[in-house]
Design a protein around this ligand. Structure first.
Ligand SMILES: Nc1ncnc2c1ncn2[C@@H]1O[C@H](COP(=O)(O)OP(=O)(O)O)[C@@H](O)[C@H]1O
Ligand SMILES: [Mg+2]
Length: 256
C-alpha cells in the first residue's frame, strides 16, 4: 500500500474500525486509500464505497440469521421450482405471492395437494423470501407444533409457548392431516389460528380436502371454526399433478 498517510494515524483508524466492528471497511481500506491517492475516487466516493461494502455485508449477515431462525427444512427457492412440471400451478400467482403483499395484508395461503407435488417447497420458498425481508418467520410441522403445545399445556406453560407461534409475522404449518390429530389438539390448533386471525399471516400445507376436515378432528365444529378463519382472506393454491419425488420412476416405467 503506497500510503503517504501517517502510519500512526492509519493504525489508530484501524483500531477504531476494529472497536466499532466495521470489518468490511477495515478490509477495503488499503485499496480505497490507494484509489483516492491516484485520484480515482473523491473523498465522498471513497466514504460511500467503504460504507456501502459494510452495509452489504451486514444485510447478508442479517438475512442469513433470520433464515436460520425460521427453522426451514431446506433452502430451496422459487428459482429451483420447475413450474413446467406442475402445470396446475399458476406461476404468476406464486410470484405475486412472493412479493409478500399477503403478509402486509395479514392474508393466509393454503397449499392443497397430494404428497410430492411441491407444497413444502413452495411454502419454504415464500418463507425464505419473508425471512430475507426480515419478517420473523417460523416453520413447523403441524404434528410438532401440536405436540409442543400439548406438552406445554401439561406443564402449565401453554401461554408462553403459544406466544412463540402467535407472535411471528409468518407461521408455516406444514403437513396438516398427514398424521391423525390427537384428541384435544384441535383446540390448540384453533387457538393458534384464532389468535393469528387478521393479525398475522399463516401458510398451511395439507393433503386433506376442505370437505373432509370434519373427519380430521374429533370435533367437527372446531374443524369448521378453524377453516372459517383460515379461509377468510386467503389464497388457496390447489395442486393437481404427479409427485416430483417419483417422476423419474414414472418416466422409466413409461419407457419400458
Ligand atoms: N415442480 C418442482 N420443481 C422442482 N422440485 C420439486 C417440484 N415439486 C417438488 N419438488 C421437489 O420434490 C421434493 C418433494 O416436494 P415437496 O415440496 O416436499 O412435496 P409435498 O410437500 O407436496 O409433499 C422436494 O425435494 C421438492 O424440492
Ligand atoms: Mg410436504
Amino acid at each position: 500500500m503506497s500510503i503517504t498517510v501517517e502510519t500512526s494515524d492509519y493504525q489508530q483508524l484501524i483500531s477504531h474500525l476494529d472497536y466499532l466492528g466495521l470489518s468490511e471497511i477495515r478490509n477495503n481500506l488499503p485499496q480505497v486509500i490507494d484509489r483516492v491517492q491516484k485520484k480515482e475516487l473523491s473523498f465522498l466516493e471513497a466514504l460511500l464505497k467503504l460504507t456501502g461494502e459494510e452495509v452489504d455485508q451486514k444485510r447478508v449477515k442479517r438475512q442469513t440469521t433470520s433464515i436460520k431462525m425460521a427453522g426451514l427444512p431446506h433452502l430451496k427457492e422459487l428459482k429451483d421450482f420447475d413450474f413446467d412440471f406442475q402445470s396446475s400451478i399458476d406461476r404468476n400467482q406464486i410470484y405475486d405471492l412472493a412479493s409478500l403483499h399477503f403478509i402486509e395484508n395479514n392474508e393466509n395461503i393454503i397449499f392443497l395437494g397430494s404428497p410430492g407435488v411441491g407444497k413444502t417447497h413452495l411454502a419454504t420458498s415464500l418463507g425464505i423470501e419473508a425471512a430475507k425481508h426480515r419478517m420473523r418467520t417460523y416453520f413447523t410441522k403441524a404434528t410438532d407444533m401440536l405436540s409442543t403445545l400439548r406438552k406445554a399445556k401439561k406443564e402449565n406453560r401453554l401461554e408462553a409457548k403459544m406466544k412463540h407461534y402467535i407472535s411471528c409475522r409468518l407461521l408455516i404449518i406444514d403437513e396438516l392431516g398427514f398424521l391423525p390429530i390427537q384428541k384435544g389438539d384441535e383446540k390448540l390448533l384453533f387457538q393458534v389460528i384464532d389468535k393469528r386471525y387478521e393479525k398475522k399471516s399463516t401458510i398451511l400445507t395439507t393433503n386433506i380436502q376442505f370437505s373432509d376436515w370434519g373427519e380430521l378432528f374429533e370435533d367437527p365444529r372446531i374443524a369448521n371454526a378453524i377453516l372459517d378463519r383460515l379461509l377468510h382472506h386467503s389464497h388457496v393454491v390447489t395442486i393437481v399433478g404427479d409427485s416430483y419425488r417419483t417422476k423419474d420412476l414414472i418416466q422409466t416405467t413409461e419407457e419400458n
